[in-house]
Design a protein around this ligand. Structure first.
Ligand code: ASP
Length: 454
């Protein structure tokens, strides 16, 4: 028994919905369908969720909301028209939208969450009608009925554990259940959304709740690749990747599957298949607890992310000073800066964080002053244009010469390493370099790790 989740690009138009209908009709094992909001139909199109956010902002700023409402409803209307569905549905959807605006007019965070939920909620209702028209016995199931109970913090829903028992009650339902992704309900009865891209999270929660055998996550990519196709030509398609590897790569930009969606499944060991709506016949990438090809591919992927700042300080005999590191980290905590890496040496220590957390250049100056004052380092250095390369693979733990390949690749490209850190998990290696060297570094590292397997 399977749960299938379809992403925004798979549901962006009537043409895409026809493909989804085909997949459902040909695979009777799919018993639950979780849907995203309609995504972009072309490069310069908009996602419905983004337009719903525009709507909330426009309402707050007392601007004209009518053109935005007509854009949003227009997306559903044109799909209904092409699929020859009943227009009564579209009228009901518009009424719901207007009703949310009235109800939450004076409570912006709640209005925003209620409107954001409409993207998936309307899509689930429309798709259910379409499936029924195809002759598939389908039923729309709202997250409230399904039992998706979450915490009450707007835009940052966290699942309450009791949900799994409630969802489990739907395990042997004989109709195909269509559930909107991206939101749940708090005990106070509020609609609360997951972080952006959160329909994957709903899919994972349903999969675990009904104890499905497989979670199929349909997007517009046939595989997860070993490096970003924008940086490396024809990268190696991954057939199996472990949950831990996926998590580490998601950290640095592998966003094809939401990292918060891994946790519910990892705990119960249910595999995830990454599938392509446009090519469902392709097997795709399987996310598993243990993969069988670690010998052949000790490294599974290479990624990078930019926008980091590092502060390095040196003080003689630092290693013998009790509490030095703790005092340093407390400065960052007080400044509300969350830290990504802390590589240390004998007499030095580096703190790496995401630059976007700084409220402005004066906050960096404040941090540096406080470090000067409280820790009196002999020397301090700031790098504010850092990119971090991430090399990930289960084979790193027992493999020899893995770091050597990375450093050789960087030497070949004349790239200076500013920081190097092997993650505590022993399946990842983080290397800090200047942003300008990023692409050359990734290409050269890809050659080292995957060149001979291309
Ligand atoms: N529609 C939501 C978003 O764009 C959630 C999702 O698509 O997964 O973030």
């Amino acid at each position: 028994m399977k749960v299938a989740k379809f992403g925004g690009s798979s549901l962006s138009s009537a043409q895409q919905l026809v493909k989804v209908g085909n997949i459902i009709q040909h695979d009777p094992k799919i018993r639950y369908v979780v849907v995203s909001a309609p995504g972009k139909r072309s490069e310069d199109d908009y996602k419905v969720t983004d337009r719903l956010i525009d709507l909330a902002i426009a309402h707050k700023n007392q601007m004209d909301i009518e053109p935005i409402i007509s854009d949003i409803i227009g997306r559903y209307r044109s799909m209904a028209q092409e699929l020859k569905l009943d227009f009564g549905l579209i009228e009901r959807l518009e009424q719901t939208l207007r009703q949310y605006i009235d109800t939450f007019s004076n409570n912006y965070p709640r209005l925003l969450d209620a409107l954001k939920s409409c993207g998936e909620d309307f899509n689930a209702q429309l798709i259910t009608e379409y499936f029924n028209q195809l002759g598939v016995d389908a039923r729309y199931l709202s997250p409230l009925e399904a039992g998706i109970l979450v915490t009450d913090e707007a835009a940052n829903a966290q699942l309450l554990d009791e949900s799994y028992d409630l969802i489990g009650k739907w395990r042997n339902h004989d109709q195909l259940l269509v559930i909107p992704g991206f939101f749940g309900y708090s005990k106070a009865g509020n609609i609360v959304t997951f972080p952006r891209g959160g329909s994957d999270i709903t899919g994972a929660i349903i999969t675990r709740g009904v104890a499905a055998d497989i979670y199929e996550n349909f997007t517009d990519l046939s595989y997860i690749y070993s490096a970003h196709p924008k940086m490396v030509e024809n990268p190696h398609p991954i057939s199996e990747i472990t949950y831990r590897e996926m998590r580490e790569l998601a950290y640095a930009g592998f966003t094809i599957f939401h990292d918060e969606a891994l946790e519910p499944l990892y705990q119960v060991n249910i595999p995830v298949m990454i599938k392509d709506t446009n090519h469902p016949e392709i097997e795709g990438t399987k996310i598993v607890v243990q993969r069988s090809d670690v010998k052949e591919f000790p490294i599974i992927g290479i990624s990078s992310d930019e926008g980091f700042t590092s502060i390095t300080l040196r003080k003689y005999l630092l290693n013998r000073q009790l509490g030095y590191t703790s005092r340093l980290l407390q400065i960052f905590e007080r400044q509300r800066i969350s830290i990504e890496h802390v590589p240390t040496g004998i007499d030095n220590i580096t703190v790496v964080f995401r630059t976007r957390q700084l409220t402005g250049p004066s906050q960096l100056a404040e941090i540096l002053n406080e470090i000067e004052e409280k820790l009196q380092p002999e020397w301090m250095n700031v790098e504010d244009d850092l990119a971090i390369l991430v090399v990930v693979g289960e084979g790193m733990r027992d493999g020899i010469g893995i770091a050597h390949k990375a450093t050789t690749a960087l030497m070949n490209e004349n790239v200076n390493i500013l920081m190097i850190n092997q993650g505590g998990s022993q399946i990842s290696l983080f290397i800090g370099i200047k942003i300008k060297n990023q692409e050359a570094a990734i290409r050269s590292m890809y050659e080292q790790y995957f060149g001979e397997t291309k």
